[in-house]
Design a protein around this ligand. Structure first.
Ligand code: 1CP
Length: 330
């Protein structure tokens, strides 16, 4: 449930103005922002307050997060010369603030903490496009026209993700989520050839660490079978695909996470409650389900409605809880 904080009035004073990377790199502020939605909503897990671009930013590539827009690069990635700008991470110095934040959180939380990283395709999309993009034309063009360079770029980004996630787990994160938010923009054959091997490498490294993994993207209806084979324990599903269809496509290989449409939470409560029940009915009591939104919380969401969503899921969700040790709840 990305950006749960944004719906809370208590978020803004502590977040401060300007780039959120400022708040992310101050452990006391990042820990407090992580805790705010857990306190308010009573969710069954916390997600670290950070961003998928934090490791690339920390390595000095020249990326920032512009308020109201998202990640932006001073000099986007265009050629082999730019590979040298993606040096390997040393998490103990580059991401020291993340380990500190996690240690503080683990001492305070009585629910699991989810660590996360961006998957190579979604990160490459920001580095090559230079900013959020609708059509992903530049990144797709680089991918199919310069496959060697593409794989070298993804190899570096996958290495950064493994190092970041390993450091998060060593500091105390008990679940990790790999965000490949924009992979759904790809044809399944392109996903298989150009993207999946790199995400598989990250998920395999996490399996070796023995930590449960969640693999998430939006618009991935046509990729769900491949997401289920890529090595995660849980696959995130957005609201465009019913959990019934998603389960047919993934089989019993993985648990599912999702998939209430965040936009529908703005409706009056009775309509929201009916939608929550519809998601639960689609799941039909299957033990391998983490109730969640299909994507991030919209900033204009009423915190009271989210609170009621969580309470309703706790009342009516599967009392047996999840089957694989991953946290249940929004
Ligand atoms: O709930 C939380 O706040 C957890 C922390 C979190 C997470 C998990 C943030 C803070 N970002 C993310 C992941 C993230 N960041 C993803 C993957 C998940 C998803 O698809 O939603 C992506 C694609 C980003 C990139 C990003 N960062 C965007 C998207 C831009 C686009 O391409 O449309 C934006 C707007 C940001 C800024 C950002 N990161 C996080 C917050 C709370 C915000 C926005 C609000 C702010 O500036 O305070």
């Amino acid at each position: 449930m990305r950006q749960a904080g944004r719906s809370l009035p208590e978020y803004f004073p502590i977040r401060g103005e300007g780039t959120i990377l400022d708040a992310i790199s101050h452990p006391d502020r990042a820990a407090e922002i992580t805790l705010q939605p857990v306190r308010r909503y009573g969710v069954d897990a916390a997600i670290l307050f950070s961003d998928i671009v934090t490791p690339v930013w920390a390595s000095g590539f020249g990326i920032d997060i512009t308020p109201g827009l998202g990640p932006e690069c001073e000099r986007p990635f265009t050629s082999a010369d730019d590979l040298s700008r993606l040096r390997p991470l040393d998490p103990s110095t580059d991401l020291w603030f993340q380990a500190e934040t996690i240690k503080t959180l683990v001492a305070e939380l009585d629910v699991p903490l989810i660590g996360f990283a961006g998957a190579p395709f979604t990160l490459a999309a920001y580095l090559v496009e230079g900013r959020p993009s609708r059509d992903h034309a530049k990144v797709k063009s680089l991918m199919i026209s310069q496959p060697d360079l593409w794989h070298q770029l993804c190899d570096r980004l996958a290495g950064m993700a493994v190092d970041t996630l390993t450091a998060q787990v060593e500091a105390g994160a008990s679940v990790v989520q790999l965000f490949d938010s924009w992979a759904g923009a790809l044809h399944p054959d392109h996903y298989r050839a150009y993207v999946r091997p790199h995400s598989e490498r990250i998920l395999a490294a996490m399996a070796d660490l023995g930590v449960p993994t969640i693999h998430f993207g939006i618009n991935t209806s046509e990729l769900l079978d491949q997401f289920a084979e890529a090595g995660a324990d849980v696959v995130g599903v957005d609201w465009r695909t019913s959990l019934v269809t998603a389960r047919q496509r993934t089989g019993d290989r993985v648990a599912l996470q999702g998939n209430l449409d965040p936009a529908l939470i703005l409706a009056p409560w009775d309509s929201v409650a009916a939608e929550v029940r519809r998601v639960l009915a689609d799941n039909n009591g299957h033990p391998g389900h983490i109730f969640n939104l299909g994507h991030g919380v919209l900033p204009q969401t009423n915190p009271e409605t989210l609170e009621r969503v969580v309470a309703l899921v706790h009342e009516e969700g599967n009392a047996d809880g999840p089957s694989i040790g991953a946290p249940a709840g929004v």
